[in-house]
Design a protein around this ligand. Structure first.
Ligand code: E4P
Ligand code: PEP
Ligand code: MN
Length: 393
């Protein structure tokens, strides 16, 4: 409610077409009765570590698949990918001579925003795949129908993945895009003693590039909870857009609350990032700047396969470090899409994947991920960039 008592009408972009409102309401009620997936103490601990990173004394390494898939084999892949993320964090930590906070894009990354609402194959048009929490990857009307029961499965899968993560030697925090409002809002919890409110679906959440409109429900959610929140920042964002988001999401200027994840593309970062950083720097608000070198560097091949090249990914990371160094701000970390499996989704690397290899082992349900070798390459080249700085062109 606004101070005047009238409900503010918030935009809700990228929500599925749920077929049956009653079914959705029943599922939301069930979710509201479920236990929190993450403890508030863990969330607070992560926010404090991110505050250290924002102050220039640590880095964030966030990584995992574009879209997680339900089921035990995918959870096993998650474990392997998180072990790899831990090794990459060590590499980066050595190069940068800073502690690295590892955060997985896992245990809840089941929803996808899409550029198009439908997908066409051989003349048949069906709803686009929106993540396992909404519908299935299979190209049939049945699979692609949005099913609210999938939200309950997403909760159960997240719980199972978190149990595995917590048992790992080097456990990392969980994160995902806070996209599905019915799911996220049903899992918001207020501590009866402290009156502090948290999203309980993951430790850190983020708002995607397609849902960061200032008047949208996603921004309101980010502002309402005490979790650290990221916002993806694409090349269309203006310096004033960022100031507006910062003011709405973190009016109290809590350190560690807000991470700006820039995903500008190797060909745009030099033109766009300096003005964004400059404006935010002058406003003297504590933000953590992180580079997502994946989402601004997606290309589609002639045959319609989404891919990215390691060369572009490394070029964006180097430019990111260089620009922040030149402006006197802290290049605060990386956000990567990756898997420990030997997939052929991104091009290049020291054991290069070539265009003709892309069809060999492309298993991503959405965007192309770095494979284990490519991820290790990116980690060591990033470590070098942080160690030696990078001079701008
Ligand atoms: O991260 C995922 C994608 O970038 C996002 O879902 C959009 O993908 P699309 O352009 O294939 O819809
Ligand atoms: C959809 C994603 O990114 P963005 O919102 O930056 O496009 C993503 O991280 O998978
Ligand atoms: Mn993605």
């Amino acid at each position: 409610m606004t101070p005047g008592g009238t409900a503010r009408v918030l935009r809700a972009d990228q929500q599925p077409d749920w077929p049956d409102p009653d079914h959705l309401h029943r599922v939301a009620a069930t979710l509201r009765s479920r236990r929190a997936l993450v403890a508030q103490e863990e969330v607070d601990a992560l926010r404090r570590r991110l505050a250290e990173a924002a102050a220039g004394r640590a880095l964030l390494l966030q990584g995992g698949p574009c879209a997680e898939i339900f089921g035990a084999p995918a959870r096993h892949e998650t474990e392997q990918t998180m072990a790899m993320l831990g090794r990459m964090a060590s590499t980066l930590s050595e190069g940068a001579e800073l502690p690295v906070v590892a955060v997985g894009r896992v245990a809840g990354q089941y929803a996808k925003p899409r550029s198009r609402t439908t997908e066409q194959r051989h003349g048949t048009v069906l709803p686009a795949y929106r993540g396992d929490a909404v519908n299935g990857t299979g190209f049939s009307a049945r699979e692609r129908a949005a099913d609210p029961d999938r939200l309950l499965r997403a909760y159960d899968e997240s719980a199972a993945a978190l149990r595995r993560l917590r048992s790992m030697a080097q456990w990392c925090y969980s994160s995902h895009e806070a996209l599905l409002l019915d799911y996220e809002n049903s899992l918001v919890r207020t501590d009866p003693d402290t009156r502090r409110t948290y999203a309980s679906s993951g430790h850190m959440l983020w708002i995607g590039e397609r849902t960061r409109h200032p008047d949208c429900a996603h921004v309101e959610l980010a502002a309402r909870v005490n979790n650290p929140f990221g916002v993806k920042v694409g090349p269309s964002a203006t310096p004033d857009d960022l100031l507006d988001l910062i003011t709405r999401i973190n009016p109290e200027r809590t350190p560690g609350k807000l991470t700006l994840i820039t995903r500008l593309g190797a060909d745009r970062i030099e033109d766009v990032l300096p003005a964004l950083v400059d404006k935010v720097r002058l406003a003297e608000v504590p933000v953590l700047w992180v580079c997502d070198p994946m989402h601004g560097n997606t290309n589609v091949t002639e045959t319609g396969t989404k891919t990215r090249s390691v060369a572009d990914i490394v070029a964006e990371i180097r430019a990111f470090v260089g620009i922040h160094r030149q402006l006197g701000t802290h290049p605060g970390g990386l956000h990567l899409e990756m898997t420990a499996h030997a997939v052929t989704e991104c091009l290049g690397g020291t054991e290069p994947v070539r265009a003709e290899d892309l069809g060999k082992n492309y298993t991503s349900a959405c965007d192309p991920r770095l494979n284990a070798g490519q991820a290790a390459d990116v980690a060591s080249l990033a470590a070098e960039a942080w160690a030696h700085g990078w001079t701008r062109r």
